[in-house]
Write a protein that binds this ligand. Sequence first.
Ligand code: GLA
Length: 403
Amino acid sequence: MSPVVAEQPHEERVKAVLDGFRSATGRDPDGVWEAAGRVNLIGEHTDYNDGFVMPFALTRSALVAASRRQDDRVQVTSLDLGERTSTGLDEFSPFDSPGAPARVWSDYLVGCLWALQEAGHQIGGLDLVMASSVPVGAGLSSSAAIECATVAAACDLFELDISPIDRAKIARHAENAYVGAPTGLLDQAASTLCTEGHALFMDCRSLETRQVPLDLPAAGLEILVLDTRTPHSHVDGEYAARRAACDRASELLGVEALRDVTDLEGALAAVGAGVSGQEGEELIRRVRHVVTEDERVLQVVSLAEQGRFRDLAPLLDASHASMRDDFEITVPTVDLAVETARQAGALGARMTGGGFGGCVIALCEAGEGERIGASVAEAFAEASFGEPTWFTVVPAAGARRVR
Ligand code: GLA
């Protein structure tokens, strides 16, 4: 059966990126910055509806070693891919600019420098060497991790006084306007603002945040991440289609965002009256997901703050059902992983992240995760799906300088 994916010790990862920087540039970096991947405990597709989210950061992270250059070039090396790109500070090409080339991995880093410039910050040339342990395309925010580590590096090296939430916004602007993925703020906020041992509760309208202690081991629990290895992408159409549906529903309802819906039944009736047939029914389902998901986030926050972690389980299940049936963003591998994890003894489980593949999280009794992961792998083999991988996680720190 598939292995539990072991994590390389942090010190070794830092050393590898330092060595990689030296061989790419022939000198020592000015520093090394780290930003985490995340799982979202609950609150899916609520961020761009001005709603609530509750992610926590992973120890799986992106490391970026960086140095200022004398000239105006940005040279980016990926140790994971063994590739390098180089661009000038006056050669930036956002995805929608005339003649822009197809997007590549380094656009996530380069886009952050562009976004800093766009926001009026003075920057110079940089050598950047990156390595990441966040699985790519798994719904664990590998792109936000790279972006937020890059922004942290640039802020320190160019002495930019930018608050953590504004750093997250700059990283998101890079993703939206440079890479061309129309995402919300969840991932970059998690990667920047999370603290060890806590989940981050964020109101995506006011951008107020609260650190919610999440000491699951003390409660005899753990969270298992199951990577279905069904890759997904936010640059393609489905994510944007969900966003467009939410905007349309808000407009129909005369609210600024679905966050403002207070009478769910009334809102569903109004949507049904405004749009007929199957289209209307679909829009009703989309609205119901977002509104009920916001409610679930608030319930999870309240329960977690009371230390009632076991009581989160039914809310995780309900969130999954809502993503599957109403928002329609799950896929067969993801649903099978959730069902099998539940049958194998997980207390509750749900897909995490944007959807259409990626990872499932399962709340389990401590020590049970590995066995539950193996059960999912067996079910995948029986269904002739590819092999999943799995690992348990604890809430880790957000973006910071590590060297
Ligand atoms: C992706 C996006 C986020 C958020 C989630 C769904 O991760 O990047 O902004 O919308 O999907 O909750």
